[in-house]
Structures are given as C-alpha cells and as structure tokens.
Design a protein around this ligand. Structure first.
Ligand code: PEP
Ligand code: MN
Length: 337
C-alpha cells in the first residue's frame, strides 16, 4: 500500500501517523519528491482501510497494491481449488450441473424432478425450502417440511443436495444438506458468512444483484477467514439499465473471477435470464467463458410452479440441453463425471 502525503504536510502529524503504522507492524519506505512524499508500507495491509487513512489530515491519497483478500486470492494459491461434494468434484477441470426446481412444492414434484434431472446427467439436486421472495405475500417455501422432502429425494436418488439458508439460526436444520446456498440477497449478510466460515459445509455463494466482483470475493473471504475453504462462487445476473431480461448475465465476471481467485465459478442462467428459452444460449456462453458448472431450474409443471415458472425448463427441454452441454464441456477440455 502506498500513502501519498499532502504537500507541506505537518511534520508532527506525519510523525504520529508513521509511529501508529509502525506500531501496527508495518515497515515504512519513505520516498521524497519535489512536492510530495510517498510512504510505502510493507506488511499485511489487508487490515487497513484506505478510507480510514484518507481521513487523516496529512494524507492526500492511498493506493492499494495488493488486493484486500488473501485466502481467496489466486496469487496466494495459483492452482484451481477443487471442491468435493460427496465425491462429485467441481473446479480444476471438473464440471458439474446442479438442477432442480426453484422451490420444493410437494413430495411428488421434488422426487419426480430429481429422477428426471439425474437421468439427464445432472449430479446435484437443487430446491429451495426457505425462499427469499420480494413480496411477503408470495409463496415463502415449505421451510422445514420442504427440507425434509428434499432429503427424502436425496435418499431416493442418491444425489447430493443444494438449498438456500437465510439466517444463521437455521444451520442446525441443514445437517444433512450437502451444499448450503447463500442467495444473492444475503451475499453481504456478514453474520451468516461468519457462521458458515466456522462450519464445514460447502457454501455456494451467489453474487448480489448489485455487487462488484471485489465485494463477492470479499464475501468469500469472510467464509474462508473462518477456516472454511469449501466455497463455490456463482454469477447469477446483475441489475443493469436493461429491462428485457430479469437480470443481465455478466459473462465477463467468469474469466475475471477466475483470474482474481482460485475458487470454482459457476453460472445460474435461469435467474440471469428469467426466461426459459434464454437459459440454453446463456448456459452455452457460460461454458465457453470458462465456468466450472451451471445451476439450472427445472420443473415438471412450469406453468403451475409456485415460484419462477417462466424461467424453469421442462424435464424434456433440460434433457435435450444436457446432451449439447456434455459435448461442449468435453470440447472445452473439462470432465463432467
Ligand atoms: C435461487 O437460487 O433460488 C435464488 C433465489 O437465487 P438468487 O439468490 O440468485 O436470486
Ligand atoms: Mn428461483
């Protein structure tokens, strides 16, 4: 980190600042120019907030040289992280498809969809029990009863399951859940992230509707800082000025995240598009851009779905898409086993 001092910065106040930085364990390399002085800090600057330093009256500007995240940083861990979910690997050339309905509705619905997506080649089953809905009057999910139905479908099909957690108190209900999803609206629920950091659960962390990639990686860092390194990132579309789709899929996020971090990056084309027919082209674009997996909503009766019917694929549509995706994944040198 480099601190640029103001011209004619007060000497006493500058000495106080330097003393404070040294007491925090930083080595300071000072470089005096004609009009300004630079302080180069050597040490772990992740603990420093540039804004706090700028508040000091002798400081003109602060530049970070190193990213504020360590554990998630590709520079600290050049190899891709491979996350293992009950023997299903994701990352480092391993590709996975997570499929299932937006919400768990009935025993028949979740079991039927589970068998359908399994037979089409998906290895992980999704389904929401606790749903973060914009309106309090919309279907909120079957909650604990939904979790039970999801676990029954897991037992019947042998598929590992992915479902969303909305509050730290619910973690004890997620004992048999294989992947805990942190939804877009909770990406910066820091209490939730800290608690998941102390758990051993694999976490699927979705990007917030209006969050930067730095913010997404910092949220992953919260989980990893607690000791849990099993984190998968998910790009699910962001808010832009465009209104033709539910969100805008940020394809650029995939290569950029893979440069910033070693964590697996998957894409959710269903929530990005909000439109069934667009899931296929976006899924294909995601693979071409380097994604390590996809999460796709599939419903056995999308017209009567209690949540996200318009973007849900039918089991037949999903089956035909999977045939193409398998070829494409192979073409891009990844395995889908
Ligand atoms: C979901 O996956 O069911 C969901 C609610 O997604 P998001 O958090 O991305 O809106
Ligand atoms: Mn949904």
């Amino acid at each position: 980190m480099i601190i640029i001092l103001k011209e004619n910065a007060d000497k006493e106040k500058t000495a106080l600042l330097k003393g404070k930085l040294r007491s925090l364990g930083f080595e300071i390399h000072e470089s005096r120019g004609h009009s300004s002085t630079l302080l180069g800090l050597v040490g772990d600057t992740t603990i420093l907030e540039p804004d706090d330093l700028i508040a000091n009256e002798v400081v003109a500007d602060v530049r970070r040289i190193q990213e504020p995240y360590k554990k998630a940083n590709r520079k600290m861990h050049p190899e891709d992280t491979v996350v293992d979910i009950c023997g299903k690997k994701i990352g480092g050339g391993h590709f996975q498809v997570i499929a299932g309905p937006c919400s768990i509705e009935t025993k028949e619905q979740i079991t039927e969809v589970a068998w359908d997506v399994k037979n089409s080649g998906a290895h992980l089953l999704r389904g929401g029990a606790f749903k973060p809905r914009t309106s309090p009057y919309s279907f909120q999910g079957l909650e604990n009863d939904g979790l039970k139905l999801l676990l029954e479908a897991k037992k019947a099909t042998g598929m590992p399951v992915v479902t969303e957690i909305m509050t730290p108190e619910h973690l004890l209900l997620f004992d048999e859940v294989d992947v805990v999803q942190v939804g877009a609206r909770n990406m910066q629920n820091f209490q939730l992230l800290k608690m998941l950091g102390k758990s051993e659960k694999t976490v699927l962390l979705k990007r917030g509707l209006a969050n930067t990639l730095d913010e997404l990686v910092m949220s992953a860092e919260y989980i990893m800082a607690g000791g849990n390194e099993n984190v998968i990132l998910c790009e699910r579309g962001i808010r832009t000025f465009e209104t033709s789709m539910r969100n805008t899929l940020d394809i650029s996020a995939i290569p950029m995240l893979k440069k910033m971090t070693h964590l697996p990056v998957i894409v959710d084309p269903s929530h990005a598009a909000g439109i069934r027919w667009m899931v296929e082209p976006l899924a294909k674009a995601a693979i071409a851009a380097g994604a390590d997996g996809l999460m796709i909503e599939v419903h056995n009766d999308p017209e009567n779905a209690l949540c996200d019917g318009p973007q849900s694929m039918t089991p037949e549509g999903f089956d035909s898409l999977m045939k193409d995706l398998k070829e494409e994944v192979k073409f891009f040198g990844k395995t889908m086993d």
